[in-house]
Ligand binder design. Structure first.
Ligand SMILES: [Cu+2]
Length: 148
């Protein structure tokens, strides 16, 4: 029975942690949508934690390099993208604003940004948040308790 409770708990934790509406957001690199050049298209957009941003090279050569990310988020760098069609992806794990540029062409304004909001409206747990799960001996129920 203890194994069953552990399994149920693991499933619930997994369901709470995923963004069921996660989508892929596509950004073109090297075009503004009508002509090639030192652009990201779109230059800015909104996202949800759990979404994946995929940059696709339209016209060489460029890179995608983060310049600022929210606290706790991983920085990212595509390296030099040289082959048309090559892609670089980043999974958003933290809410907040992300700024990036192409280090080759930042002086000509090749920058981009996106702002992510939390998935499912659940805030990141604070570091002192803990969860207890325990069976109740006299009834056929299990109790989950959040301390935070
Ligand atoms: Cu560039």
């Amino acid at each position: 029975m203890k194994k069953l409770y552990t399994l149920i708990f693991a499933v619930i934790c997994t369901l709470l942690s995923i963004n069921v509406n996660a989508t892929t957001i596509n950004v073109q690199v090297g075009t503004n949508g009508t002509s090639t050049g030192n652009f990201f298209n779109p230059t800015s957009f909104s996202a949800v934690v759990g979404d994946v941003v995929t940059w696709t090279l339209i016209n060489p050569q460029h890179n995608v390099t983060s310049t600022s990310v929210p606290a706790g988020a991983a920085t990212f760098s595509s390296g030099t993208m040289t082959t048309v069609g090559v892609q670089f992806s980043y999974t958003i794990t933290k809410a907040g604003t992300y700024n990036y540029d192409c280090t080759f062409h930042v002086s000509s304004g090749m920058t981009g940004s996106f702002t992510a909001t939390g998935g499912l409206g659940i805030a990141d747990p604070s570091s002192d948040l803990s969860t207890d799960a325990f069976p109740v001996p006299c009834i056929d129920k299990i109790i989950f308790k959040y301390n935070g």
